[in-house]
Design a protein around this ligand. Structure first.
Ligand SMILES: Nc1ncnc2c1ncn2[C@@H]1O[C@H](COP(=O)(O)OP(=O)(O)OP(=O)(O)O)[C@@H](O)[C@H]1O
Ligand SMILES: [Mg+2]
Length: 375
């Protein structure tokens, strides 16, 4: 039985002590890695470090010498290899289109083997060509040698998507594209990933691509896994100089896209947080005693604000209540992208925001601290 779906979705893809040697040389050495369902995991490392070998073991194009690989807890050796491969969208490093088949034949090959109706196959091919921005009326009947490298790569991507597999293994899928097309396909691809919630293992040489697309990044060096973590973890806690060099930790600002509020928020200092309803005079006493220039009022997300020392002093001398002196307080979730947070701080004219965890104050975000950390 080689047809049909092996699994609707991936809950986990786990590699345990996986080793592969060629002669005396390790291609992959004692690899332990768990990829979670719906995750996009990047494998990055120098040429020859073992990335392609890892991917090829995941769909049994190569068998490990030792260790095991399991999907949803089932050892993949229990699956028929051909069926496993048809349940896996594999984009190979050198594209590997069949030269004697037209674009339509390349994309439609597996559906045909799976016994789909011709009409459904043609419809799927048209949809996928549109999806990868190759107008079907121009490209359907071309042969691979009549396509540019980038166009071939798009066909390779369409072919990998044809069965809507729950798992994608992608070996430098955008490697042959010029930088503009690459950025475009990365964007489109990021959208598919979000819409479809597929599990994807993605090899690249390009750290910017890794930061742009990856949920987590696994750094492979010389056949071994060096560190795996979110972009933030790698940037802020590289486990070695090699990792720091690869993720370019010293120039964190380049990766601001990958950062979130939680990465640069300060722990909550309770002195800054006041209940609402206090008199301006008592707040002034408190701020003077604690040496605060600014204080935050927080009862609920709807009832919150910030005041500077001078606002409080003015309120006291003019007999106004503290509530009248409050300015809006930007509220963030720990997951808010840092750039968005900076922008909101800036447009709000303030330099401080409150981070809420489960609707309660959990941290403080200072824009000057963000800037200090980024340059
Ligand atoms: N069939 C093979 N026979 C012998 N050695 C091999 C074979 N396939 C791979 N290797 C070796 O195993 C190591 C890992 O190769 P692999 O193709 O996994 O590297 P990679 O990280 O994908 O490199 P690249 O970034 O250049 O694609 C390399 O040293 C390679 O020379
Ligand atoms: Mg490779």
């Amino acid at each position: 039985m080689i047809s049909g779906k092996l699994f609707e979705r991936i809950e986990s893809l786990r590699l345990e002590n996986v080793t592969k040697k060629y002669g005396e040389n390790f291609a992959v050495r004692n690899l332990n890695l768990e990829i979670k369902g719906g995750e996009l995991l990047i494998l990055i490392g120098k040429s020859g470090s073992g990335k392609t070998t890892v991917l090829r073991m995941m769909n049994r194009l190569i068998e490990p010498d030792s260790g095991s690989i399991s999907i949803n807890g089932i050892d993949i050796r229990k699956f028929d290899p051909i069926r496993l491969r048809r349940n896996t969208g594999y984009v190979i490093q050198n594209i590997g289109l069949l030269p004697h088949l037209r674009v339509s034949g390349n994309i439609g090959l597996i559906p045909k083997l799976e016994g789909w109706k011709e009409e459904k196959i043609q419809e799927r091919i048209q949809d996928l060509l549109n999806f990868v921005s190759l107008p079907p009326q121009v490209f359907t009947d071309r042969y691979p040698h009549e396509l540019s490298g980038g166009q071939q790569q798009r066909v390779g991507l369409a072919r990998a998507m044809v069965m809507s597999p729950p798992l994608f293994l992608m070996d430098e899928p955008f490697g042959a594209l010029d930088s503009l097309l690459r950025a475009q396909l990365q964007d489109e691809f990021y959208r598919i990933k979000k819409e479809l919630g597929r599990t994807i293992v993605f090899v690249t040489h390009d750290i910017n691509e890794a930061f742009r697309l990856g949920d987590r990044i696994a750094i492979i060096d010389n056949s071994e896994l060096v560190q795996v973590g979110t972009p933030q973890e790698l940037i802020f806690s590289p486990s070695s100089n090699l990792v720091a060099e690869i993720v370019d930790s010293k120039r964190k600002y380049r990766h601001i896209d990958a950062l979130k509020v939680k990465d640069l928020a300060q722990p909550l200092d309770k002195r800054y947080i006041l209940d609402s309803g206090l008199s301006a005079a008592s707040v002034l006493d408190h701020m003077s005693a604690e040496g605060l220039e600014i204080a935050l009022v927080f009862d609920s997300p709807e009832n919150s604000g910030r005041v500077g020392l001078t606002d409080v002093m003015k309120a006291v001398s003019s007999g106004k209540s503290l509530d009248e002196a409050l300015k809006p307080l930007p509220l963030f979730s720990p997951e808010t992208p840092l750039l968005e947070a900076l922008l909101r701080l800036k447009t709000g004219g303030g330099s401080i925001g409150l981070v809420l965890e489960n609707d309660k104050p959990g941290g403080i975000l200072f824009s000057d601290r963000i800037l200090q950390n980024l340059v």
